[in-house]
Each structure stands twice: as C-alpha cells, then as structure tokens.
Write a protein that binds this ligand. Structure first.
Ligand code: AMP
Ligand code: ZN
Length: 470
C-alpha cells in the first residue's frame, strides 16, 4: 500500500490518508442533477473523482465508489425557494419529470464514457431511496432537530453547534444579512428536509410521508444514500467547490445529528471550477449547453479534454479555450503515436532496471501527492524520450501509468495499421445500421461476431473505429 496525501477541506491541510478500514477506501461523489446535459465544467468534477478513484486503486486500496443521481428536489436557487430544476427542465422539453431524468441520466453516462470516466460501482438515484430519506428525517425529528412550516419540514441549524465549521461560515453575518424567504424558516441557514407538494397542483414526482405528500429536499438524499452504502462514517467525499457552503455543510449537519457520530466524512475533496474564455459560453439560454458532444461535433477527440484537465491540478481554476484544447489534442495524439510504436516490443513481466524504477517512484509519489497528474504526465513524457530505456520497459511503464490517466493507450486504434478485411468491414457497417435503428440486441450480436474475427469496434466521435484485438 502506498501512502496517499490528500488536501482536506475540513482542515485546509494536506493530510496523510488513513483509511477507516485497513486496505479499503469508501468514496462518495455528488452526482449530476439530471434536468439538462452536464456541461464540460460539470465533467471536470467527474474526471477529478475518476482520477481520485484510480489513484486510490493504484495505491493499493480496495475502493467502493458511490455516486448519486439527483433526479428530484434540487431547486433552482440551491436553497429552498424557487422551482425544482426537474420542473424547469420538463417544461422546456415536453417530457414528464421521469422521462426527463431518464434522458439526461443516459446522456450523462454516455458523455462520461467518452471521457473514459469509469462508472462508479454503486450509482444510486434519489427517487429510488425515498424510504431511506424519510427514515433519516424521522430520526432527526426524534432528536429534536426539526420543525414544520406550511412549506415543509426544516432542519434547525441552531441545534447543531458545529454548523458551518467546514465552510467557515460567518453564521451571525449570514443571519443578519439576507432576507428570509417566505418558506417560514426560523433562521437563514435552516434548510428543507421535506417539501410539501403545492396544494393546487399535482407534481410528477411526489410521495406520501408522515408529514404529508411531497418530496425530499436536495441535501437529504446524499446523507441517506451515503450512509446506506458506505456507513454512517466513511473516508472520502467529493464535489465541486460550490458545494462547500450549502450542500456539504448541510449534509454534515444532517448526518452527524442523525447518527450521533462525527466526523461524518474524514476527507472532503473539492474540485475548482472550469470557466470559459470570453469567446465561449458554457451554458447558454434555452437549455443549450456546451457538452462533450459539442466538442465531438467540432471534430475534437473528447479525450483531448481529459488530457487538458489532467494538465492542471484539480484545486486550480482552469479557463477553457480552444487554443488550450488544440494544444492538448496535438500532445495527446503524439503521445498515443509514441506509445503505440512501442506496442510490438511489449513483453510480459519485463525486468525493470533501476532507472525505470526511479521513473515509477517519481510518478507514484506525484500522483499520490494530492493527485498531481501534471507532474505524472511530465514523467510519462520524460520516460518516452529517454534513450537509455528499452522499448519494452517504456511500454510497460507507460501502460502502468495509464491505469491512473485512463486514456487506454494499449487499446487505441493504431492509425498506421492496415484496414480490417472486407468481411469485418461488412459486419461493422451492419452494426452501424443496427445502432442507427436503435436495435441494440442486433448491434451487440454483430459486435460479438466482429470479436470472433479478432477485431473490436470502438465508437468514437468520428464514427466506429476498428481495432485489431491484441
Ligand atoms: P450539478 O449537476 O449542478 O449538481 O453539478 C454537478 C457537479 O459539477 C457538482 O459537483 C458541481 O460542484 C460541479 N460543477 C458545477 N459547475 C462546475 C464548473 N464550472 N467547474 C467544475 N465543476 C463544476
Ligand atoms: Zn450531494
């Protein structure tokens, strides 16, 4: 097991990771709100969580990665007033809230796959865990942490002395500052655990509860599902920095008050924001969003975006521009070509010289030092241009580093190789047609037939690519 250091938002310090259970790491990542496409800023947060998971595995941990899908209860304001984002989305699309959630959950995972984000082992939807959320609210009620208004059941933040500690919130300043909304809240920082359905309208998503028909507040889903899958206390929680003052602050309050155990989470990791160059807008009006597919439509390999993310530290803000993406795309292409040129020299169980081991050590130290992927990439480039190393050594180490980077160099199409034989091309064309017709069973059958002939198809932004299986 390698030692991993992580910057913990709780302490504002880089700390040595000490797991709650030997050899295991539990990670919970706040997932997408599925009312629209995830933009490339959102996807930065998921590439970050993916890299974290891969590094923990590289370091030798047995990782349980959980991610939620927010398909109800996240209001436009991130607070307790305003509409549910799902309601806004459904009006835009002429779908009901369930159809909307399905459409954007599917799109999210399709985009994630194009960025080589591994699907977390446990993906859980808020709407599949209503009883768990109700049970947690009941526990909070029994503990005297709640009160009821005309609008819903609220958490009284004055009952939790540590409220806002992680975010270093100035509670007094907050209480005296903004106007309280008309939800009947007693304190500005109080938040909804359960919201009542409107009296005069029926929501697509609503459930009976001990307090009346309604739907859960946004924060309770993460507390309820994380404790279900990882326990009342677990190792690592991730999200973007915007989650620190409200969402994660509220999760800590609910979870610690409901379970009576602190800390709820040992290490809180937050990813900085991606912003856009003045010439590019990430989120336009009418639900028009800059996504992974927007890049693919412009002819970029989505993995160039992954490369771009990996060149900066997750705690630094990044400004997206086409210039930086172009540079990332060119570097990634060269890197791929260099690594594929070594593929024929690949050997199993290469004996590594001391010089190679030194690269390995520097790489591991960098990535285990709060996810320093930029230094890790620099080691990869240096390794490939080092004339003292054999091709087999270089290939072995490059593919090992790739366990963390996740480009999957070993299986990338080698553009210099000859085309596949006509019968394989014919099967690929038939599979394309089946996919067009959304006949997934037939497409899968054809994929298997292609595999039998020793080839694999990869669906890329430029269409299906055929790769000779190694
Ligand atoms: P949402 O779907 O709004 O719940 O957000 C999904 C994730 O994206 C959350 O972890 C946010 O913190 C994160 N996020 C939102 N905007 C950005 C951005 N511009 N850059 C990086 N992460 C972001
Ligand atoms: Zn969350």
């Amino acid at each position: 097991m390698r030692t991993v250091y992580l910057y913990n938002t709780l302490t504002r310090k880089k700390e040595e990771f000490v797991p709650m259970q030997d050899g295991k790491a539990g990670i919970y990542s706040c997932g997408p709100t599925v009312y629209a496409y995830a933009h490339i800023g959102n996807m930065r947060a998921y590439v970050f969580a993916d890299i974290l998971r891969r590094i923990m595995e590289y370091a030798g941990y047995d990782v349980t990665h959980v991610m939620n899908i927010t398909d109800v209860g996240h209001l436009v304001s991130d607070g307790d007033d305003g509409e549910d984002k799902m309601e806004v989305g459904k009006r835009r699309e002429n779908l009901d809230a369930w159809g909307l959630a399905e459409k954007y959950t599917e799109a999210f995972f399709a985009h994630a796959a194009k960025l080589h984000i591994q699907k977390p082992g446990i993906v859980c939807k808020a709407t599949d865990h209503i009883p768990e959320q109700i049970a947690m609210i009941e526990k909070l009620e029994e503990g005297g942490y709640t009160y009821i208004t005309d609008d819903g059941v609220y958490f009284d933040t004055t009952k939790f002395a540590q409220y806002g500690d992680m975010a270093k919130l100035d509670i007094e300043g907050l209480q005296s500052g903004k106007r309280i909304d008309d939800s009947g809240k007693r304190n500005k920082t109080d938040f909804a655990l359960w919201k009542f359905s409107p009296k005069d309208a029926q929501r697509d998503m609503e459930w009976d509860s001990p307090w009346g028909k309604g739907f859960p507040g946004w924060h309770i889903e993460c507390s309820a599902m994380s404790s279900k899958y990882l326990g009342d206390q677990f190792d690592i929680h991730t999200g973007g920095i915007d989650h620190i003052p409200v969402h994660h602050t509220n999760e800590i309050a609910q979870s610690e008050c409901a379970s009576g155990h602190a800390p709820f989470v040992k290490y809180w990791l937050h990813c900085e924001f991606l912003s856009m160059d003045d010439s590019v807008k990430m989120s336009k009006s009418k639900g028009d969003v800059f996504t992974v597919d927007t890049l693919a439509e412009k002819g970029y390999d989505p993995l160039a975006l992954r490369y771009l993310y990996l060149t900066s530290h997750y705690r630094n803000p990044v400004k997206f521009s086409y210039g930086s993406l172009d540079a990332a795309a060119v570097t990634l292409k060269k890197l791929t070509r260099n690594i594929l040129a070594l593929r024929d020299a690949a050997e199993e169980n290469v004996a590594l010289s001391d010089k190679v081991k030194a690269y390995q050590e520097r790489f591991a130290t960098a990535v285990c030092d709060d996810l320093n992927t930029a230094v890790g990439l620099a080691e990869l480039h240096a390794l490939l241009s080092d004339n003292d190393l054999s091709d087999a050594e270089k290939y072995a180490l490059a593919t090992e580093f790739d366990l963390v980077f996740g480009f999957d160099f070993a299986n990338m199409a080698d553009e210099s190789k000859e085309d596949a034989p006509p019968e394989v091309l014919d099967l690929v064309a038939k599979r394309d047609a089946a996919r067009q017709a959304k006949d997934w069973a037939e497409a899968d059958r054809l994929r298997a037939a292609i595999a039998e002939k020793g080839y694999a198809v990869e669906d890329t932004a430029d269409g299906a690519k055929i790769v000779k299986a190694s």
